[in-house]
Design a protein around this ligand. Structure first.
Ligand SMILES: N[C@@H](CCC(=O)NCCCC(=O)O)C(=O)O
Length: 252
């Protein structure tokens, strides 16, 4: 069986006086998919739903990347002064993308803003600025320190638990928003000791979907973070019917 085709959405920057418009993506995303045994396929912003649906029919899973902030007004909230918006062309495409992924129950891994998009698209919501919404929280973003990290507490039996197991776990952190109310059909599987959500996972039998607020693809990631992508590819292969699901093996 050929390697799974994994779509990766892209960030977008509108034209300015010095530059034309660009779609772009950090190499860590597609390098991690390659290293984990998938074939990365970049997905530029789409505005035609039928075209995007035809593309997704040829893919086995999707990785949703991080980036600037989702526009809270699209979810019925007020804009917050600390919000630094994604380019609207990217966000409109991504919201159509996650809706189609959910409708077709495509395997999906969301990272950073990608995890936040999964949560809001499925009926959850976000804290718009952690220092205001949870003043007691630890720092989750240090513009002067790209290496900023914090520890995690994991839910037993989750993907995160399978990847990281026992022992102290420190992950990178570069966000000022966070999952607040978890979407129906999902569970929180990792939190920072201050309570901030750091990973979510689908509880639905028919949808392999999970997300991390931290960035396992980043240059600041640890070698063990690569296991997140391996778990994702394994889940994709199970969904494809290539790898029997563990419960199937048990049944056999
Ligand atoms: N903007 C949101 C999501 C955080 C996020 O995805 N950070 C990644 C920054 C690096 C990149 O652009 O990939 C928040 O701040 O909560």
């Amino acid at each position: 069986m050929s390697k799974p085709l994994i779509g990766i959405n892209t960030d977008f920057r509108s034209a300015n006086q010095n530059s034309t418009e660009f779609a772009y993506v950090a190499a860590g995303y597609f390098d991690a998919i390659t290293q984990a045994g998938g074939l990365p396929v970049l997905i530029p912003p789409y505005d035609n739903e039928s075209d995007l649906e035809h593309l997704l029919a040829r893919l086995d899973g999707v990785l949703l990347i991080g980036g600037a902030d989702l526009d809270p007004r699209r979810d019925g909230w007020m804009l917050h002064p600390t919000v630094r918006l994604q380019d609207p062309r990217r966000e409109s495409s991504d919201r159509m993308l996650i809706r189609l992924i959910a409708e077709h129950r495509m395997p999906v891994l969301g990272i950073g803003a990608g995890m936040q998009l999964i949560n809001v698209s499925q009926g959850g919501n976000l804290m718009l600025h952690i220092p205001e919404d949870m003043p007691s929280a630890l720092p989750h973003l240090d513009p002067l320190d790209p290496e900023h990290r914090h520890t995690l507490q994991l839910a037993s039996g989750s993907i995160m638990d399978r990847v990281y197991g026992d022992g102290e776990l420190r992950v990178n952190s570069m966000h000022h928003m966070a999952v607040d109310e978890i979407a129906p059909g999902f569970q929180v599987t990792a939190r920072c000791p201050d309570g901030i959500v750091e990973a979510i996972e689908s509880t639905m039998e028919d949808w392999f979907a999970f997300g991390t607020q931290f960035h396992p693809e980043a240059s600041t990631a640890s070698a063990l973070d690569m296991r997140i992508f391996e778990e994702f590819i394994t889940g994709v292969e199970i969904a494809r019917g290539v790898t029997p699901a563990v419960h199937n093996l048990v049944a056999a």
